[in-house]
Write a protein that binds this ligand. Structure first.
Ligand code: HAM
Length: 473
């Protein structure tokens, strides 16, 4: 049957018709989208580290790298992004880090990946992948870089933060546990944070922990009406975490809970006992904290945290770690004992500022290079790099034309001497050295300049990494 389509009768007035004739055709043109305003700030929980702050960061880098070398660690860098299931398995489903805080997403190619919420899983993955088990043990690895957790930001808790990690593979002797704790304490103390607390506990191995866990769950279930909502959920997913909940009512329940150290198997008990003896031997004061369980599933036996010694700084741990003897095997490698810890750089810096610990101050130039005239300006660029290559720190203000204004800058910087390269000196291949304190001037040949300046400067202003091999070590 033929469909009858009723033609709509146009209701357009003559004026509307005329307007349509003159209006540009817009049929296939997309409506213009309003450009989204650029937010002049990074995403929540992330921040810039400005030049003014870098002295603290430099100090953390210097101290942590120095100690990593002194204690025989080699540096390793792994990607910021790994396949998500690495963290799901290693850190554990049921942990806050994996369930709530991981930046997990699918790539354009469909891979399920995540920004690393911690570094140990990636380091263990690299250890297995690159067959490091054949190296002589323990294999000590040092790593540092950003870490991402979608947590609620507050002081000392960010969504992008930096960690320094020390890990050692292939040694089960508790002497290594003690040495690791010693390294953690040394880092903090070398940063000028003298009063710290070392919290230690043993959460046993999978065998004794299972028995302990059953006991704990029984106890917690009998008190479940006194637990916060999160801990009621944790009863099923991660009952040990109930012990370190910060809610008042959960703290009360935790205070009377059975303690893991009372339920260790013989091997775990001996391991813990030996560790404490080594710590005594090192004169490292520690507190046994039965509620210290850590928020990552891979730990076995020893767990520890470094806390600030002050009430104020104690809210957030400066660092934490422990043994993870089962992780390498769980990820597909040979059974391998391992232990390590991570320190939060932002938290270390907050604490450094709180105790007024000194940031690193890079040496300031004591030499200023001034130039006058076109030829001198051209030559000064090369002269600057010649001095720099020889490890002499030099300041300049090439953009300024007048000698007077350049000398003003030199005075402001408080340099010891100004090298003046004018038209005449550029032609004669000489330079004037002006002593800024006495005002005395001498003209020297360019060839002799480097040696002369070095001699006049105190050695601390000559940067020694510019050795003959151009080796940045
Ligand atoms: P973690 O205790 O989760 O351990 O983190 C180590 C340190 O990172 C903490 O003690 C803290 O200083 C810092 N940190 C953690 N979360 C934040 C945050 N949201 N904002 C600022 N700083 C934070 C681990 O990550 C283990 N992978 C450590 C380890 C290495 N275990 C064995 N080897």
């Amino acid at each position: 049957m033929a469909r009858i389509v009723k033609k709509a009768v146009s209701k357009k007035t003559p004026a509307k018709k005329a307007a349509k004739k003159t209006a540009p055709k817009t049929k296939n043109v997309e409506p213009k989208k309003e450009a989204e305003p650029i937010m002049l700030q990074p995403p929540r929980g992330m921040k810039d580290i400005l030049p003014d702050e870098q002295g603290y960061w430099d100090q953390v880098r210097r101290v942590t790298e120095r100690l990593s070398r002194d204690y025989g660690f080699s540096r390793i860098d792994t990607p910021l992004v790994e396949f998500s299931n690495l963290f799901n398995r290693a850190v554990g489903e049921g942990t806050d880090i994996v369930d709530k805080e991981m930046y997990a997403f699918a790539t354009k190619g469909g891979d399920k990946v995540a920004l690393r919420p911690e570094m140990t899983a990636g380091i263990a993955r690299a250890y297995i992948q690159h067959g490091m088990s054949i190296l002589s043990k323990p294999i000590k690895l040092f790593s540092t870089g950003p870490v991402y957790r979608y947590d609620r930001p507050q002081e000392g808790r960010y969504r992008e933060f930096y960690q320094v990690n020390y890990d050692a593979f292939g040694e089960q002797d508790p002497i290594l546990d003690a040495q690791m704790i010693q390294v953690a304490a040394r880092v903090v103390q070398n940063l000028g944070i003298k009063a710290v607390q070392i919290q230690v506990n043993s959460i046993g191995c999978p065998i004794c922990r299972k028995e302990y866990k059953d006991l704990l769950v029984n106890y917690l279930e009998s008190k479940s009406n006194k637990l916060c909502q999160d801990c009621k959920r944790r009863l099923d997913t991660n009952p040990l975490r109930v012990l370190d909940c910060k809610e008042d009512k959960c703290l009360q329940v935790a205070a009377a809970a059975p303690q893991s150290v009372d339920h260790l198997c013989d091997e775990c008990r001996l391991h813990f006992k030996n560790l404490l003896e080594y710590l005594d031997e090192l004169d490292l004061p520690y507190t046994i904290n039965p509620r210290l369980v850590r928020g990552l599933d891979y730990y076995t036996k020893t767990v520890f945290e470094i806390w600030s010694g002050s009430e104020e700084g104690r809210k957030n741990a400066l660092g934490g770690g422990g043994r993870y003897d089962g992780l390498v095997k769980m990820l597909g490698g040979e059974p391998t004992s391992a232990i390590g810890f991570g320190l939060g750089v932002e938290r270390l810096i907050i604490e450094m500022k709180r105790v007024q610990a000194k940031p690193y101050r890079a040496p300031k130039p004591k030499v200023f290079l001034a130039q006058l005239g076109d030829l001198a300006k051209k030559k000064s660029l090369k002269l600057f790099s010649e001095l720099e290559k020889n490890g002499i720190l030099v300041a300049e203000s090439f953009g300024r034309g007048s000698l007077k204004s350049q000398l003003r800058v030199a005075n402001k910087l408080g340099v010891e001497m100004t090298l003046i390269l004018g038209q005449k000196e550029a032609l004669d291949k000489t330079v004037i050295i002006k002593n800024m304190a006495s005002g005395e001037q001498e003209t020297v040949s360019v060839d002799k300049l480097v040696d002369l300046v070095k001699k006049k400067l105190k050695t601390d202003n000559v940067v020694t990494y510019h050795d003959n091999n151009h080796n940045n070590g």
